[in-house]
Design a binder for this molecule. Structure first.
Ligand code: NAP
Length: 320
């Protein structure tokens, strides 16, 4: 799938390309599933801070089987099940990847789960176990809890021993969060987020995970109690909230920025160790990535559009 021009998503079209040949230190992966993330649609629309030169193949996350290896590659071989963040190039039948970017697909995961794992779980874990520490028994409020980051954050918070309030816009998304194990739910488009969360948690939450932004951020901050921590993860609703700083001062709250991607690029060894830690937790049954919906590769534009239109619950992968 090639993005010919930044702008409307129907600029993303099918194109035939020659089979790639791996260079030194690279492998070619036959893609079995490519994870679609919110950011992919923003990039193709030209609404993301990074604007790639066109034409380019969008998509940044894959799982598949190694079909060719370049010179000097010893860590993996043809036939190995691998997953990777690729930067670009994922919405294709084959992609060339630096061997340093590959991880083995854990036996516990199918290709579709693996292709939707790294971005969501790394972000959630980086937020709740690296940028802050969540203690056993604390209340964690997750906004957009039926989305990719949201469901991963519910899972991670539960693994850390927290109790979770899931907030989302539909019964279907809240049900997905409940299936993941959330203790309580708030439908934040029709219920008053701040007062409902305070009621459900006997006075407020200890931590907020916010990948949504907009009008939900301030009521969520106001729903945190003494020494509460508010994790700023993203702005899927569009507007970047401005909160009155007295709401940070009151109750000794802390607002924490979470930029997993920048950290991962700046500390590749630390990131690799974190991915290994997450894979180990999946293997031992401590984390439970959702089973994504599978759609044909040539529906890339529709799926990116559905994420931007807020109609997706959980994760979607493209299957060549
Ligand atoms: N900080 C980091 O390191 C990091 C890493 C990866 C991604 N992100 C960012 O985190 C955000 C969420 O990513 P994601 O993968 O979880 O996306 P997602 O699966 O599409 O989920 C986003 C959720 O946001 C909510 N939302 C509210 N208003 C929306 C609107 N107008 N349009 C679309 N969604 C809306 C939706 O839930 P409701 O309908 O229930 O409100 C949706 O489920 C994105 O902005 C992404 O760029 C940040």
């Amino acid at each position: 799938m090639v993005c010919k021009e930044l702008g409307p998503l129907d600029n993303v079209v099918v194109e035939e390309r020659a089979t790639p040949v791996p260079g030194p230190g690279q492998v070619v992966v036959d893609v079995r599933a490519a994870g679609v993330n919110y950011v992919d649609g923003l990039i193709c629309q030209g609404r993301y801070q990074m604007k790639p030169a066109v034409p380019f193949v969008p998509g940044g996350e894959i799982a598949g089987v190694v079909s060719a290896v370049g010179d000097g590659v010893t860590r993996v071989g043809v036939g190995d099940r691998v997953m990777a963040m690729t930067g670009f190039g994922a919405f294709a039948e084959q992609v060339t990847v630096a061997v340093s970017a590959l991880d083995s697909v854990p036996d516990a995961l199918g290709f579709s789960q693996a292709a939707a794992f790294i971005q969501s779980y790394c972000t959630a874990w980086f937020a709740l176990a690296r940028r802050i520490t969540v203690s056993e028994g604390e209340w964690v409020l997750v906004l957009g809890a039926g989305g990719g980051i949201g469901l991963a954050a519910v899972d991670v918070a539960l693994e850390l021993g927290a109790r979770v309030v899931a907030a989302a816009s539909s019964a279907e998304k809240l049900e997905a969060a409940r299936r993941m194990g959330a203790h309580a739910t708030v439908e934040y488009e029709s219920e008053d987020l701040k007062s409902r969360v305070r009621e459900l948690t006997d006075g407020g939450v200890d931590v907020v995970v916010d990948p949504v932004g907009g009008g939900h951020s301030e009521p969520a901050l106001r729903a945190t109690k003494s020494f509460g921590r508010f994790c700023v993860i993203g702005f899927a609703s569009g507007p970047i909230a401005s909160v009155p700083l007295n709401q940070v001062l009151l109750n000794n709250r802390t607002v924490v920025g979470v930029d997993w991607g920048a950290w991962a690029m700046g500390d590749p060894d630390g990131h690799r160790a974190m991915v290994d830690e997450l894979i180990e937790m999946v293997q031992s049954g401590r984390l439970h990535p959702v089973e994504p919906a599978e759609r044909p590769l040539d529906q890339a534009a529709e799926v990116m559009g559905a994420l931007l239109d807020r109609t997706v619950t959980g994760k979607v992968v493209l299957v060549p």
